[in-house]
Design a protein around this ligand. Structure first.
Ligand code: NAD
Length: 296
């Protein structure tokens, strides 16, 4: 099957980006959300992407407008699913909501439709039975700012049909992503399987009093040539998200409690990272961008 009509379900932070990027690359995209209020928010979010598309990928106004013209919006799930070749699910990261969503669309969507989840932490075998079509179900995980940070991590369950997997790899390429092909299920995919332990290790060095955040980052930047250290990355991810990820790990890793307490202190002081202008660094000109920082 050639994918032509795409529905993105859940039009929050990531869903709105995935929908617009697909439309920008010429696909007809239906944006579904639960009510008119959510849809109005999605329209505003998508409209607000224009400066970023200009700045980051030199998109012209004409190209951006052409993308907008490929989008339609609905809060009617039957309408949203009835003719879709592909449904990309970006509803909240809550298993109850996702189970319910897949059970609903399992009967509404035609048998041809492929379902792909953008879940960050939940593997596809958790929902395969709900979909009524486990062979046509897999995860396709985008990174925030999809037009710029353009990985699509593609991960099937043991039941996913390899032909469907390959169609999604092609779709990822067609919308300007670099498809990252996982051979088996892995919570956290590749990126977060690397990143989360790296950030945990940096936070432990800090909490245990081995070194302060700037020294830890300086070490990483000088020794590896990377543009950021772990605390610069935490500021970019956002301290709220870092807090939520650490809180989710806590039941299995109680030793992270002091880190959680420190992140909470930052949140209480309104230091949310780049988005609030201060986290471990001050923005827009963080110390790690200044030449003296690396001299120590
Ligand atoms: P969000 O809270 O910004 O958006 C969720 C949207 O889903 C909202 O618009 C909400 O109205 C809608 N929604 C709620 N219930 C729904 C339902 N039953 N059916 C359809 N829509 C419903 O969330 P988000 O950050 O965009 O995350 C969505 C998914 O994308 C999650 O699975 C998350 O793990 C994943 N993800 C998020 C990021 C990120 O950086 N935010 C990155 C990669 C993947």
């Amino acid at each position: 099957m050639v994918i032509k009509k795409v529905t993105v379900a859940g039009s929050g932070v990531l869903g709105s980006q995935i929908a617009f990027q697909s439309a920008f690359k010429g696909f007809d995209v239906t944006v579904y959300d639960i009510n008119q209020e959510a849809i109005d928010k999605a329209k505003a979010r998508i409209k607000n992407l224009r400066p970023a598309y200009h700045r980051d990928i030199a998109a012209s106004d004409e190209a951006f407008d052409a993308g907008l013209n490929h989008l339609t919006y609905t809060d009617d799930l039957a309408q949203a699913t009835k003719d879709a070749d592909l449904i990309i699910e970006a509803v909240p990261e809550r298993p109850d909501i996702k189970h319910d969503f897949y059970q609903k669309i399992s009967t509404l969507a035609p048998s041809k439709t492929i379902f792909a989840s953008n879940s960050s932490t939940l593997v596809p075998s958790m929902f395969a039975a709900d979909t009524g079509r486990p062979k046509q179900f897999l995860n396709m995980h985008f990174s925030n700012q999809v037009w710029l940070n353009n990985t699509a991590e593609i991960m099937g369950s043991p039941e996913t049909d390899p032909a469907v997997y390959n169609e999604i790899v092609q779709y990822a390429r067609d919308i300007g992503m670099v498809p990252i092909q996982l051979k088996k299920e892995q919570p956290g995919y590749i990126l977060n399987s690397l990143l989360v332990p790296f950030l945990d290790a940096a936070e432990k060095l800090w909490i245990n009093g081995v070194a302060d955040p700037h020294t830890i980052d300086r070490t990483w930047i000088i020794a590896t040539g990377a543009p950021f250290g772990p605390f610069g990355i935490l500021d970019a991810v956002g301290i709220r998200t870092a807090y939520n990820i650490t809180a989710a790990e806590l039941p299995n890793k109680p030793e992270l409690q002091p880190i959680l307490d420190k992140l909470k202190e930052l949140l209480d002081q309104g230091k949310l990272g780049q988005e609030s202008g201060e986290g471990f660094y001050q923005y827009p000109n963080p110390e790690f961008k200044q030449p003296d920082f690396l001299k120590g």
